[in-house]
Write a protein that binds this ligand. Structure first.
Ligand SMILES: [Zn+2]
Length: 250
């Protein structure tokens, strides 16, 4: 068994026995990992309260070769997600980041850039940045990193650039915008306003800080609808946190 060190975000904690927990961790170098933390539930256990949901931790774990759970041997808290005590909308947004990481990645498939994006997003949410732009930025850039970003400029059917129109057809199954010729016969097509499409392009193009990204309420509502449908289609079911986001993420 190899002993590995890395940073990780705690995505899920499930009680396993009187004293132990099973964790889902999104690690910087090994992707998503399922690990057993023995003694984690003991008051003076070996992990000293480091294993809170959405916490950033530095860990040491033993990798198991088969389907068995890895074994967590050390966890040092680097940053707790404090919004849990402050504002429900930030907590929900944090849970949603964890849910997407969990749903969109496979165990043991490393995505260091996605780890950095998630870390940055949780920090932004915890530092009081606007929730809706931070969430949309995470969704768009996470999908881009994973190769699932829908086509926003060119028709996903024929590759032609889409002219500026008040409304553009967006194929949830096809995976992007559709021109008038390619639209007929497509399943699950929604229409997106010029403002909504421009906002998506703006979020997809940006590489810098999310501080400069803003989202007005009307566009936010529209994109939430389109995005919820697109992600539900991609994942295969409706993400659990979507209903909370629509209410809370302003
Ligand atoms: Zn076309």
């Amino acid at each position: 068994m190899a002993s590995e060190k890395t940073q990780a975000i705690v995505l899920k904690v499930v009680e396993f026995s009187e004293t132990s927990c099973v964790l889902t961790l999104f690690t910087e170098h090994f992707g998503k990992v399922g690990a057993l933390a023995k003694g984690a539930r003991r008051p003076k256990g070996p992990f000293e309260g480091a294993l809170d949901l959405l916490a950033l931790v530095r860990i040491v774990f033993l990798r198991k070769s088969s389907e068995a759970l890895d074994l967590l041997t050390e966890a040092k808290l680097q940053r707790r997600f404090r919004s849990a005590q402050r504002e429900l909308s930030r907590l929900y947004a944090g849970y949603y980041v964890a849910e997407l990481l969990s749903e969109l990645t496979d165990n043991g498939d490393p995505h260091p850039e996605l780890f950095a994006l998630a870390d940055e997003t949780l920090l932004a949410l915890d530092c009081g940045r606007s929730v809706a732009p931070a969430v949309l930025r995470f969704e768009v850039l996470a999908l881009r990193l994973l190769g699932h970003l829908p086509s926003l400029d060119e028709c996903v059917g024929c590759g032609q650039s889409i002219p500026d129109e008040p409304r553009t057809a967006f194929g949830l199954v096809a995976g992007g915008v559709l021109c008038a010729r390619c639209r007929p016969g497509q399943r699950q097509v929604v229409s997106i306003t010029a403002g909504g499409l421009a906002a998506l392009k703006r979020f997809a193009a940006v590489n810098g800080d999310c501080e400069t990204l803003t989202l007005d309420d009307k566009v936010r509502g529209e994109l939430r609808g389109v995005w919820n449908n697109y992600l539900a289609h991609l994942i295969g079911h409706k993400p659990r946190m979507h209903e909370y986001l629509s209410v809370a993420a302003k």
